[in-house]
Design a protein around this ligand. Sequence first.
Ligand code: Z5A
Length: 209
Amino acid sequence: MLGKIISFEGIEGTGKSTQIQRLKIFLESKNIEVLMIREPGNTYIGEQIRHLLQHDPNVHNMCPETELLLFEASRAQLVRELILPALNEKKWIICDRFFDSSAAYQGAARQLPKEIVEQFNRFAVGNCVPNLTILLDIDVEIALQRLQQRKEKKDRIESESIEFFRRVREKYLQLAREESSRFFTIDATLSEKVIAEKICTYVQERFAL
Ligand code: Z5A
């Protein structure tokens, strides 16, 4: 049997990184080997692309088409260099974002054609579709308040308008309705502990751990 892929999605500040750490500890307590990845990034190529996409101070005018292709390039490399080998070793992969992020950010928020984004997503990942996608859903204003407490400077995508993030959130909710057997949606305003308990209970039951 191959390993499994669990992806986490949601707008920024929903607590993905926090919950991923907790799920990793839970899975390891069941003697499951876990590989954690984040998009974009992880491979050498992916980290160079992450810098270009988010932090390079010389990037001011990236067009949506380029943005999509860069996310997909990072993803294609990640799948072949890390995810497929780990699945073959029966590891479970926890992804901090995967192709649904492109549907939400580049498709819905940047308003690139849905069909094009879907085609590029398929091209980048091949058969690597998550067994489960956990959507941490939160009101955009609350997520942005959480992020304001951070000291770091906002990156290029974080600097987008509130309307942009509303479109991202709506798209995630739509995907969760359309693919209800893959998605598990959680109210991210609950406490960290309660969210973690809900996720671990769900994963335990779903995969009969
Ligand atoms: N992007 C894209 O456009 N297209 C794509 O295909 C892909 C990505 C793959 C990657 O950002 C950016 O790339 C992202 C989408 C875009 N940009 N935006 N905007 P990233 O990797 O730098 O960051 P992120 O994925 O958006 O996540 P984040 O900022 O690290 O947030 P988070 O992981 O969801 O949340 P957190 O760090 O766990 O928690 C945030 C804060 O809330 C922190 O202070 C916690 O202590 C607090 N927290 C966590 N849980 C709770 C609860 N339950 N209650 C109260 N407070 C909490």
